[in-house]
Design a protein. Structure first.
Length: 123
């Protein structure tokens, strides 16, 4: 039973989509700006996944950071930070009888890391 249900004026389908959007926005706003390199990219991907996975209604999450955007440091003060255009996030939310597959990925034509609903299934 969802303890927060009484505070939402929407149906289960709308709530599942809302939850997906919140999770994707969390990834973007919490992790963009994090220092990233070839040495820590896999650790950062797993940390983001684990952080998202413990949130309500998340059943699956996959995070990939575009390694083609990473480079070697030229000196001690040179490092890259994670940008939205480097992120590809895929997640599954299950709320009541609704399953939502949502994604965040960089869309080159828009020059934008778009968050989108890929699929909604109801049982």
């Amino acid at each position: 039973m969802d303890k927060a249900r009484q505070y939402f004026n929407c149906n289960a389908r709308e709530r599942a989509c809302f939850e997906a959007g919140i999770k994707l926005a969390t990834v973007y706003h919490q992790f963009v700006g994090t220092p990233v390199s070839m040495e820590n990219v896999e650790t950062l991907e797993r940390a983001i996944e684990k952080g998202v996975k413990i949130q309500p209604f998340v059943k699956e999450v996959t995070v990939k950071i575009d390694r083609t955007r990473l480079r070697e440091k030229s000196d001690e003060y040179d490092y890259l930070t994670l940008t939205g255009s480097m992120l590809h996030v895929l997640l599954k939310i299950v709320y009541e009888n609704v399953e939502v597959i949502a994604e965040m990925r960089y869309i080159k034509e828009m020059d934008y890391p778009l968050m989108m609903i890929k699929e909604i299934r109801e049982s």
